[in-house]
Design a protein around this ligand. Structure first.
Ligand SMILES: [Cu+2]
Length: 201
């Protein structure tokens, strides 16, 4: 009975340890990459969506659209500064992009594309003065390490190892009882000692 409880504890310990190991790996390993296509609408004085959540390693392709006035999209940490001008079509805007660190000029592009290779929170804000509340036109990009993926890998490995362990210990239990029964008889001295203790107290 005690042995079964011990095996159960061991089983769950192995699963937990392997899941944690998976999380540890996730903290510095690139995630299984996804292709993420997004449309962001810029308008006075907000971005829609106001928050973007990605996993590290995702390749992002952003279609930026404005329907009112010219807006900017400056993304901290990723060296991206875009400018978007409204056109007649509500689903199409002229998009221009530059990389501030390179001090290059705006170039017309179809979409804003980059790989989310840095984890953390990065603000994006309007970089074209578009009205009196322009400074409040902001959003946030959240890039997470791909915890679920690696935790899942660790969890499955843990299950496999733990199952192997429990099968092995069950096989050992199923072996001929002679050795274990011999052990069960020898602790006679021990039980006498405990009796002695209980009598004294
Ligand atoms: Cu703006």
């Amino acid at each position: 009975m005690v042995k079964n409880i011990f095996i159960a504890i061991l089983f769950f310990s192995i699963v937990i340890v392997c899941t944690l190991a998976g999380l540890f790996v996730a903290s510095f390993t690139a995630a299984e990459p996804r292709q993420v296509d997004l449309t962001i609408y810029a308008r006075r004085y907000a971005f829609d969506p106001p928050t973007i959540k990605l996993n590290k390693g995702d390749t992002v392709s952003i279609n930026l659209i404005t329907r009112d006035v010219t807006h900017g999209f400056y993304l901290e940490g990723y060296d991206i500064d875009a400018k978007v001008k409204p056109e007649d079509s509500p689903e199409y805007s002229t998009l221009l992009l530059r990389h501030p660190s390179k001090e290059d000029d705006y170039q017309e592009v179809e979409r804003i594309e980059f790989v989310a290779n840095k984890t953390g929170k990065f603000r994006y804000r309007c970089s074209q003065t578009c009205g009196y509340l322009h400074p409040f036109m902001q959003g946030e990009l959240v890039v997470r390490p791909n915890y679920p993926f690696w935790a899942g890998v660790g969890f499955l490995i843990g299950i496999a190892i733990a199952t192997l362990f429990s099968l092995m210990s069950r096989a050992r239990q199923a072996l001929p009882r002679s050795s274990s029964s011999a052990q069960a008889v020898t602790p006679d001295k021990g039980s006498q000692m405990t009796n002695g203790w209980t009598n004294e107290s």
